[in-house]
Design a protein around this ligand. Structure first.
Ligand code: DX5
Ligand code: ZN
Length: 232
């Protein structure tokens, strides 16, 4: 396994001009996950997005730390774990032990966000804070200078393959302005319904990490390289 800190430079270097693409494993073929991971890496993805759902914070279940651990040897990509769970402090260490480089949690969970951020940093991971479509941008602003990433959900979290919510664009623009005002390396990630057209809109609004499930793993003719290239 490559050194986590080295890989996390993708999130912590400044200026962050490079657009990163993070295929979401949720849309991969579950009967050949290791091959799918190797294929998106070969196609140019720098980051692998891993969606963790607990059936409480979101009305769906996905997979746990054991699966992340099993896939770790298959890839040198930065493992970007998106915790859609009510108890991030309890489970973050298990994902770190499984090979997570970065961990994002949701501001809407009941725990004190500052405490969650500290807990993630104490594990040696970069930390991200995410907000659902209905959550106002003000909810994350107090934590912006403490995290390495903000994740704007451009669909309601819980399922892949949904349509992009264009009304989230002003939120992305506000966060871009706030990050630039802070002047520190904070990545602005978007997740949900990202395909060619929505990718252009979120890039123009200032996003620099694009999560893409269906548009990559369900690409026409299985051409992952083209699918990733058109998003940048
Ligand atoms: C949704 C997940 C997303 C999902 C995106 O709750 O957080 O990462 O996999 O899938 P697409 O790109 O298909 O909308
Ligand atoms: Zn996600």
């Amino acid at each position: 396994m490559a050194d986590a800190i080295q890989k996390n430079k993708l999130f912590t270097q400044w200026p962050q001009e490079r657009i990163l693409v993070a295929p979401s494993l949720l849309a991969a073929r579950y009967d050949r996950l290791a091959e799918e991971v190797a294929a998106v890496e070969k196609a140019g993805a720098e980051v692998l997005h891993l969606d963790i759902m607990d059936g409480h914070f979101v009305p769906n279940l996905s997979f746990g730390a054991d699966l992340v651990k099993a896939l770790r040897p298959a890839s040198e990509m930065l493992f970007d774990v998106h915790l859609m769970i009510t108890d991030p402090i309890k489970y973050a260490p298990r994902f770190r032990a499984a090979g997570a480089d970065h961990i994002t949690f949701h501001v809407e969970v009941l725990e004190d966000s500052a405490k969650v951020i500290d807990a993630i940093h104490a594990l040696g991971c970069t930390a991200g804070i995410s907000l659902r479509p209905a959550t106002p941008v003000e909810a994350v602003l107090p934590y912006l200078d403490k995290v390495e990433m903000v994740l704007v959900m451009t669909v309601e979290p819980g399922f892949g393959g949904q349509s992009f919510h264009g009304e989230q664009l002003p939120k992305i623009q506000k966060l871009r302005a706030a990050i630039d005002a802070i002047g520190k390396p904070i990545r602005l990630e978007v997740d949900g319904g990202i395909a060619k057209e929505s990718a252009a809109l979120v890039r123009q609004s200032g996003a620099d990490v694009l999560v893409a499930g269906s548009s990559v793993f369900r690409a026409k003719d299985g051409d992952y390289k083209n699918a990733i290239d058109v998003l940048r």
